[in-house]
Design a protein around this ligand. Structure first.
Ligand SMILES: O=C(O)CCC(=O)C(=O)O
Length: 280
């Protein structure tokens, strides 16, 4: 039930990270997870993947599995992970919650590498069509925890176009071959956490290696956003700390998402005590 430790403040966003994130839309936090955490994450994602295969999921296809937080306390612990959360609030502020979480297991697809254009997108679907502003508003970010080695291209890497978060469109090759200008694979080792702005043009890619790729995605956004998957996490509220409960969507009432009282946002109360400049 305990809240964050003040020691977590050593992981606050640095000015260099802030600048990099603002300019490029992405930052890397190397070794955010210990080898033991990675091992446990691999075991859990393996178990989920196997259960889905038993239900008939195609072994060559990537498994997109949302709403995984209630599946194991390991996943809930990462919601307010002390090496990561301070950087999330450093970017978005304190009126935040986990609006979406999904894990992806990408097995080797057994095909020869090719140069087909990947499925480039910004996050949030209709938000990108229906909000009339340019550049589009940030609103949310995702933290991707890599559990497998994608430090070489071709391993089902996450791909991005750095600096594209302030662009409303990107030019995809017209013949469906090749990637947009500036596209690059994210090279991450097991345990690395990669933060990306929801507006950053990004995509999954095929896994031509012989290693199954595993990544956990945690999406944080403002409390007035709706969840983007079922997020059936209410049963966790009673047993978790006030800050984790905030991040898992608890609120005194609906208005508390727009005009929060102190009770709505224990994260802000904690910051008032431990890092007042960030509680504004
Ligand atoms: O699996 C990937 O690398 C891409 C994930 C993705 O596109 C997303 O989280 O929006």
């Amino acid at each position: 039930m305990s809240n964050l430790s003040p020691a977590s403040l050593e992981h606050r966003l640095t000015e260099e990270e802030r600048q990099t994130f603002n300019e490029t839309g992405i930052i890397y936090v190397r070794n955010a997870l210990s080898p033991e955490q990675v091992e446990q994450g691999v075991e859990l994602t393996e178990r989920i993947h196997e259960a889905k295969l038993a239900e008939g999921h195609d072994p060559r296809k990537a498994l997109f599995y949302p709403n995984f937080i209630p599946d194991d306390p390991y996943f809930a612990k990462l919601v307010d992970y002390d090496k990561v959360l301070p950087k999330v609030w450093g970017i978005l502020g304190w009126n935040i919650f986990l609006y979406h979480a999904h894990l992806i297991v990408t097995p080797p697809n057994g095909e020869a590498p090719n140069d087909k254009t990947f499925h480039w997108h910004q996050d949030s679907g209709r938000v990108n069509v229906e909000m009339e502003s340019h550049p589009r508003p940030r609103l949310s970010l995702k933290v991707a925890y890599f559990l497998s080695d994608t430090s070489e291209p071709g391993c089902g890497n996450f791909w991005v176009v750095p600096t594209s978060h302030v662009r409303d469109t990107i030019d995809r090759p017209e013949n469906g071959i090749g990637q947009p200008k500036g596209a690059t694979p994210v090279l991450a080792k097991p345990g690395d956490a990669v933060f990306f702005d929801r507006r950053l043009w990004h995509t999954a890619s095929p896994n031509w290696s012989d290693i199954t790729r595993r990544v956990l995605f945690y999406g944080y956004g403002y409390r007035w956003l709706r969840t983007k998957d079922d997020m059936t996490v209410e049963s966790l509220w009673e047993s978790c700390s006030p800050i984790r409960r905030q991040l898992l969507g608890w609120s005194v009432n609906a208005n508390g998402r727009f005009s929060p009282t102190d009770e709505d946002v224990p994260l802000r109360m904690w910051l008032k005590e431990h890092s007042p400049a960030e509680a504004e």
